[in-house]
Write a protein that binds this ligand. Structure first.
Ligand code: M6R
Length: 626
């Protein structure tokens, strides 16, 4: 995934674009670039690495002025992260003007188009699909940028969110989307286009969201030549389909506070997002627990209650951390709702000709709502007749829009690349879903009441776990030079072990494996040598004694045991070298707590190893390509 931002208005564009790129940097940070357009032509700057390198370049050039510009921060797909491959890409029109494009997505038929355009005389300098799109727009340009973009997009297969300029029209910005996110902010005498709201909210809360195959033409220019540097400027926008059919779009109010996306006093977004989990989960649960009736209230599902209660099978689908939440959902739905459930990697599910029987419910789980494989798996199951549900954080995202019904996570924006509060939000929503169905089927009111009372106490429980952050840091310091870790759990805590290992891998670059504790004996036990950290989720529950046996096996081979245990378990210290405690809750609710010390393990390990916690190497916040 990449981040795009564009500006047309009465202020100098470059500083505004840099500020926006910094907010979008979590979406990709291999390279960055911008194009600034004036009456005199187009000025392009590109840099490999972080946005700050581009910023230095713009500052030292000193003459990057202009009130129309587009910019991009890249996570490489086609072509390596080089200056040449960085966006914007350009094409030259027949009358010698420059068309510039920034793009998030993938043009599938770029090879065919590249060949066609090369025959027409276009000289390509990069390996990217985006340069093909720039050349195509330039080829189709006959004095009207909007028309050229519409024509080009009719030839394109694939996904795109684009912002386009042409220096023959120095007050016009054209943007469009299909399959990749894009919103337009309506600011004072200006328009700001961005991949997500975080880059817009400091300028305006008035936005329009484009739908697939829609194009916006945004114009801003001085009322007369004397007011070019100040105001007033007149602004005007128009939205159409790529077939040039007008589409009136509503202006909406953005539901996002600047404070939610500011780092505040925290050193990293990941730590901020871990620490704000009590509040995030309070927001997630607000209004969804009816203690009086001992019922779960999920407005987004109410129209589908009959289908949910009659469901014969759940297929949960997701990638990465969201997949681990889905695995917990599998346990929850079978255990509490008594409906067969299977969680599948979306990337596997979509290509294996899945059987969708009557009464199947597909549930896509995603923080961003834009993960390409998850979206494709959802579509695949829908086409085969499944009812489509979503458990999504990003409001209005592609997955949220394509589901028949759903439950938003409501945990607020997640900016750290390593997903933390969204994971806990996903598990909380899946717990609510399982109780929603279970209560309407066989679960006794008393049992539901007990679960709901514990959910109500969850923010306070999470707070208690977070208070152990310093203790967890001290423990991690002892093992920080170890390059192999194991994470083991049983039942509900097996997916938590997988998630603990993923967190450690992705931000600290330490090799870690997660697995069912009993599986260790079937091979991985051979890995355990003297001093290897082995993390066990050893909370009180139906399999506690069995986990203690697994701990003994690992310890006998020299493993150093780090246990996540239940408060009040006085004997655990005799089994483990270090212990992190979580409050006692019923087994189905344990992952909501046991995952939290493991987030802190990963965070502290990454900091101790000196890594860039919020921007781990090779990763981007969400993967919008297959
Ligand atoms: O936005 P999504 O929840 O669909 O993203 C899915 C995964 O890409 C994501 O969870 C990824 O694994 C994170 N880096 C994990 O921390």
């Amino acid at each position: 995934m990449c981040g795009i931002i564009a500006y047309v208005g009465s202020k100098p564009a470059a500083p505004l674009l840099v500020e926006g790129l910094k907010r979008l940097e979590y979406r990709g940070y291999d390279s960055a670039g911008m194009a600034i357009v004036t009456d005199q032509g187009t000025r392009i700057l590109k840099a490999v690495g972080r946005v700050s390198v581009l910023e230095d370049q713009a500052n030292s050039a000193g003459d990057v002025v202009g009130r129309l510009g587009i910019a991009h921060t890249r996570w490489a797909t086609h072509g390596g992260p080089t200056q040449v491959n960085a966006h914007p890409h350009t094409g030259t029109t027949a009358d010698g003007h420059t068309v510039s494009v920034v793009h998030n997505g993938i043009i599938e038929n770029h090879s065919t188009l590249r060949k066609y355009l090369a025959e027409k005389g276009h000289k390509f300098v990069s390996e990217t699909d985006t340069e093909v799109l720039s050349a195509l727009i330039a080829q189709l340009y006959h004095g009207d940028l909007e028309a050229a973009v519409q024509s080009a997009l009719r030839e394109i297969k694939g996904a795109y969110a684009i912002a386009v300029t042409c220096d023959r029209e120095p007050h016009t910005l054209v943007c469009a989307r299909k399959g990749s996110p894009l919103i337009i902010g309506i600011a004072d005498q200006a328009y700001i286009v961005a991949s997500d709201a975080s880059a817009i909210v400091s300028h305006t809360t008035q936005v329009i969201t484009l739908d697939d195959y829609q194009v916006a033409k945004l114009c801003a220019g001085p009322n007369d030549s004397n007011t070019a540097a100040g105001g007033p400027w007149s602004v005007d926008f128009k939205t159409t389909t790529i077939d040039n059919v007008p589409v009136p779009l509503e202006i909406q109010e953005l539901e996002l506070d600047l404070e939610q996306i500011e780092l505040g006093s925290y050193p990293h977004y990941m730590l901020k997002e871990i620490m704000e989990q009590p509040e995030a989960i309070r927001d997630c649960l607000r209004g969804r627990i009816d203690m009086r009736e001992a019922r779960v209230v999920l407005g987004g599902l109410s129209a589908r209650t009959r289908e949910l209660v009659r469901a014969k099978r759940f297929v949960l689908t997701a990638q990465g951390t969201a997949y681990h939440a889905g695995l917990i959902g599998e346990y929850l739905i079978e255990d509490l709702a008594r409906v067969p459930a299977r969680c599948e990697y979306a990337s596997e599910f979509r290509y294996r000709n899945p059987i969708i029987e009557d009464g199947t419910i597909i549930t896509a789980i995603s923080q961003s709502g834009e993960t390409a494989d998850t979206l494709a798996a959802l579509r695949e199951a829908k086409e085969r007749g499944a009812l489509a549900l979503g458990a999504v954080n990003a409001v209005g995202s592609s997955i949220a829009r394509e589901t028949d019904a759903g439950v938003y996570l409501r945990v607020g924006p997640e900016i750290g690349v390593a997903s933390t509060k969204a994971f806990v939000g996903q598990v909380a929503v899946l717990t609510l879903l399982a109780l929603y169905i279970g209560r309407r089927k066989h679960l006794p009111e008393l049992a539901v009441r007990e679960y709901l009372a514990e959910l109500d106490r969850l923010p306070a429980h999470i707070q208690r776990v977070l208070e152990q952050s310093d203790h967890i840091n001290q423990c991690v310091q002892q093992y920080i030079d170890r390059n192999n870790w194991l994470f083991l759990g049983r039942g509900y805590n097996y997916p938590v072990a997988l998630e603990g290992a993923l967190k450690l891998k992705e931000i600290s670059y330490i090799h870690a494996e997660g697995m069912p504790a009993a599986e260790m004996k079937h091979g991985p036990i051979a890995l355990i040598d003297d001093g290897m950290p082995v993390v066990f989720i050893a909370t009180k529950g139906s399999q506690y004694e069995k986990v203690l046996s697994n701990i003994a096996e690992a310890r006998a081979r020299g493993g150093r045991i780090i246990a996540v245990a239940t408060e009040g378990d006085d004997t655990i210290h005799s089994h483990a070298d270090s212990v992190f405690f979580v409050p006692a809750v019923p087994e189905p609710l344990q992952p909501l707590l046991t995952s939290i010390p493991l987030q802190l393990v990963a965070y502290h390990a990454a900091v101790l190893r000196g890594h860039d916690v919020d921007k781990p190497r090779n990763l981007a916040k969400s993967v919008t390509v297959e």
